[in-house]
Design a protein around this ligand. Structure first.
Ligand code: IPM
Ligand code: MN
Length: 370
């Protein structure tokens, strides 16, 4: 069996706490013979700034480049609010995404049956929800230049961010969305704002052409991003694959996360282009951030992080059986009543991070031993 190299970047806030639970699961995968992983830990974000004076060192980037996959916890926190813009913790994550070419961010929003009542929406609106948000991750307003704040002659300031997309950037993310739709229900919704943005005009035009040329078997619908946000809370199950740009994807995936009961539930995969051997660079991370308000308290929900490992098994290593096992262990742990505080019923404290990790581990052991 091939031994794969996993780079673990716990980062900041609750990142290290949820990563510890992933390490337990990786240990179990190794013991059970389902997979063989070597893990290495390194710094990113504020913890890297503290350790190396930069939110992502060149050495860590090289290690990330050499790894078979990267698992990242979270970055950022109030401790670093005063640091220079280029040194802020988030810059470390953005550099990883950009320099490794991780342009396709897959954010599945799945509502576990046991959690339908934890959603802010009524049970019948979210029960069985299964949306895949495909967020473009290395372009748009996150990276467009100029990006600056200048001082005007009267002493007031002027801030600029630049939203920019090229045909090629839109084409490749559209392909990812359509290919995924073929393996799912065969429907894609593409969200932009062509009514006010030139990038939206080009986005719609390119997605329409890629669809017509290659994917006439898939159903395509265009939706304005603001309307999309409204539809997500009105009737979320109308969507299957939802493809959108970097900024809209950031916002819409937080909305989708909350439909599932908690931001603590959503995993994500960030993938690069396939090389000649079909291998993609890949980073897996929970959609939730560093949650500084609860960091260090030991009750963060590790499910998004563990679900990110499941995505890693599936997308990077073709270990579908192990991914299924892990995902069903999460489902069964929830069905058995395991609840961290974010998904606990009102007035109940819930279990802590390690207990949730152990509950999932216990479900794995009960089906497969080791
Ligand atoms: C996310 C996060 C990041 C983003 C931050 C931490 C830079 O919110 O992954 O959704 O805005 O992309
Ligand atoms: Mn976000």
């Amino acid at each position: 069996m091939t031994t794969y190299k996993l780079l673990l970047l716990p980062g900041d806030g609750i990142g290290p706490e949820v990563m510890t639970e992933v390490e337990k699961i990786v240990g179990w995968l190794n013991r059970s013979g389902l997979a063989s992983f070597e893990t290495e830990r390194d710094h990113v974000g504020g913890s890297a700034l503290d350790a190396h004076g930069k939110p992502l060192s060149d050495e860590t980037l090289a290690r990330a480049d050499a790894a078979d996959a990267i698992l990242l916890g979270a970055v950022g926190g109030p401790k670093w609010t005063g640091v220079a813009y280029d040194l802020r913790p988030e810059a470390g994550l953005l550099r990883l995404r950009k320099d490794l070419g991780l342009f396709a961010n897959l954010r599945p929003a799945l509502c576990y049956p046991a959690l339908a009542d934890a959603s802010a929406l009524k049970r019948d609106l979210v029960e069985g929800l299964d949306i895949m948000i495909v967020r473009e991750l290395t372009g748009g307003v996150y990276f467009g230049e100029p990006k600056e704040i200048t001082t005007l002659p009267d002493g007031s300031k002027r801030a600029v961010d630049t939203q920019v997309y090229t045909t090629a950037e839109i084409e490749r993310i559209a392909h990812v969305a359509f290919d995924l739709a073929r393996k799912r229900s065969g429907r894609v919704a593409s969200a932009e704002k062509n009514n006010v943005m030139k990038t939206g005009v080009l986005w719609k035009e390119v997605v329409t052409r890629v669809h017509a040329e290659h994917y006439s078997d898939v159903a395509l619908e265009h939706v304005l991003a603001d309307n999309c946000a409204m539809q997500l809370v009105r009737r979320p199950k109308q969507f299957d694959v939802l493809v959108t740009d970097n900024l809209f994807g950031d916002v819409l995936s937080d909305v989708a996360a909350m439909l599932t009961g908690s931001l603590g539930m959503l995993p994500s995969a960030s993938l690069g282009a396939a090389d000649a051997r079909g291998t993609r660079k890949a980073l897996y991370e929970p959609v939730h951030g560093s949650a500084p308000d609860i960091a260090g308290k030991g009750y963060a929900n590790p499910i998004a992080m563990i679900g990110s490992l499941a995505m890693c098994l599936r997308y990077s290593f073709g270990l579908g059986e192990a991914a299924d096992l892990l995902e069903s262990a999460i489902t069964r742990a929830l069905a058995g009543g395991a609840r961290t505080r974010d998904i606990a019923a009102e007035g109940e404290n819930g279990i802590d991070t390690a207990q949730m990790g152990d509950a999932i581990l216990h479900e794995l052991e009960s089906v497969r031993g080791a």
